[in-house]
Write a protein that binds this ligand. Structure first.
Ligand code: NAD
Length: 482
């Protein structure tokens, strides 16, 4: 194992265990400074074709490699990444903008996820057995899978697709977001040192690469994480070749806070989960419904807590919780939402500020909107930035209807001392993950996905792993024809 990973140089896309440079290159920027990072490849159609050819060849051997060998390689891969974690965490903060502490958390999760997947074998199930026959449910891998990754969690979401694809016997092509290609390319370089050629490949490109991948007839399944708008395009494109797909899309999670909570105990978590990663997480507390009897106290304490504890700055600065927005497109979108505050007469309980010099870092500080109308954009749309509305409720049925009213359904939570009541409310919430007295808990053994427009299919857990397989019913008759 090399002692240091070169995280400052252009090397190439990872195709068939070789680093393939491209005639054209591009770069992203460090969102904390506006400074360019180093050049990365712009994959051509022929690079994708070469990766698909290699993946198809590798599939024949990899799909029949025993589970224990695949698991061992996955564990060695996790060890190799861990060996280089410091360099990768620095690189993650410089390309994504998140505080170093959150880069460490992302790396911890990535490693935990890989190691958990290495223990998750989908075994054959006997559906029927009698003197004449045995009928099994078996799960062979699908073939060549591609993972399309967004810019908010490049390591965790990259590895969160790679691990399930590989452990179930598929070969895998990763496509990072053009905004955050650096760590994912390095993860590909590390994979080259362990896996057989064609098993793990990483292609970085421009906006043409995603559609090329979803259209490619040699790719059998797409695992996509990103926005709802792009998810629709991915589904339409996959339909042309009847590819399998799983879509993990946007959310606008409701957190329902009941009147009996201990505000001081639950507030730090709710407030932090409103602004973590500058609000750029699919599953944060994005609409906070607070019982009217505690609304004012909760609001005032949340403002105080946020002012004191949620520091904004460069991800390399000590104690920073909110880094810069990741890119100009996102900065402009959030800025547009902030511009609505005076236009729509929303009342800021905490008024955030927007840096006047975004060319040297996309900084926006947290904003809390005090009880805006239910039909306002800040309630109806996922802002994906450090701005959150607080809303009053008084009637249980009504607040559940309001929580369920949107076309999104990724996560939701209920906060109460009365666990029975809270669980009853939680069971009525239309979302792929629902928590009582928590939010945003994830685990590699627990399926993760969205209802309604927040997604199609699940990732992680045995259910998620099965999405990387075909279901095959195998009928074995014991009679022998002679
Ligand atoms: P995005 O949809 O713009 O891009 C996601 C990925 O898709 C990128 O790699 C991009 O290059 C690629 N892409 C873009 N156009 C494509 C096309 N036509 N065909 C194929 N691929 C294409 O999303 P984003 O801005 O990177 O991420 C933010 C969004 O992702 C938010 O809405 C957030 O809620 C959502 N998200 C969801 C989850 C989840 O698990 N549900 C997790 C993280 C982020």
């Amino acid at each position: 194992m090399a002692s240091k990973l070169d995280t400052k140089t252009y090397l190439g896309n990872v195709i068939n265990n070789e680093l393939i440079p491209t005639p054209t290159t591009r770069h992203s920027i460090n969102p904390a400074t506006g400074q360019p990072l180093y050049e990365v490849p712009v994959a051509r159609k022929e690079d994708l074709d070469a990766a698909v050819d290699a993946a198809r060849k590798a599939f024949k051997i990899w799909s029949s490699t025993p589970f224990s060998e695949r698991a061992n390689l996955l564990l060695k891969y996790a060890d190799t990444i861990e060996h280089h974690r410091n360099e990768l965490e620095q690189l993650l903060t410089s390309e994504q903008g998140k505080p170093l502490s959150l880069s460490r958390t992302e790396m911890d999760c990535g490693l935990t996820w890989l190691r958990a997947f290495a223990t998750m074998e989908i075994k054959d199930e006997i559906l029927q057995e009698d003197d004449e026959k045995t009928i099994y449910s078996t799960h062979p891998p699908i073939g060549v899978c591609a993972g399309i990754v967004p810019w908010n969690w490049p390591i965790l979401l990259g590895l969160g697709k790679l691990g399930p694809a590989l452990i179930t016997g598929n070969t895998f092509i990763m496509k990072p977001s053009p905004y955050t290609p650096y760590c994912d390319l390095k993860l590909g370089e590390l994979a080259m040192t362990l896996f057989p050629p064609g098993v793990v490949q990483v292609l970085s490109g421009d906006d043409r690469l995603g559609p090329w991948i979803t259209e490619h007839p040699g790719i059998d399944k797409i695992s996509f994480t990103g926005s709802i708008a792009t998810g629709r395009l991915v589904a339409a494109s996959c339909a042309k070749t009847l590819k399998r797909y799983v879509l993990e899309l946007g959310g606008n999670d409701a957190a329902i806070v009941c009147e009996d909570v201990d505000i001081d105990k639950c507030l730090p978590k709710i407030a932090t989960l409103s602004f973590l990663n500058s609000g750029q997480i699919c599953m944060l507390t994005k609409r906070i419904y607070i019982h009217e009897s505690i609304y004012d106290t909760f609001r005032d304490k949340m403002v105080e807590f946020t002012k004191e504890n949620i520091k904004t700055g460069a991800g390399t600065e000590e104690g920073v919780v909110v880094g810069p927005l990741q890119n100009k497109m996102q900065f402009d979108k959030v800025q547009n939402m902030y511009a609505q505050i005076p236009l729509q007469n929303w009342k800021p309980a905490l008024a955030g500020t927007i840096t006047p010099t975004p060319q040297t870092g996309y900084y926006i500080t947290p904003t809390i909107i005090d009880n805006p109308p239910e039909d306002s954009r800040i309630v109806q749309e996922e802002p994906f930035g450090p701005i959150v509305p607080l809303l009053k409720w008084s009637n249980e049925d009504d607040v559940i209807d309001r929580a369920n009213a949107l076309r999104t359904g990724l996560g939701a939570s209920v906060w109460s001392k009365d666990i029975t009541r809270a669980e009853g409310m939680a069971r009525r919430l239309e979302a792929g993950s629902v928590w009582v007295n928590s939010h945003f808990d994830v685990d590699p053994r627990v399926p993760f996905g969205g209802h309604k427009e927040s997604g199609v299919g699940m990732e992680w857990g045995m259910e998620g792993l099965k999405h990387y397989t075909n279901s095959r019913s195998l009928w074995v008759w014991k009679r022998v024809f002679e």
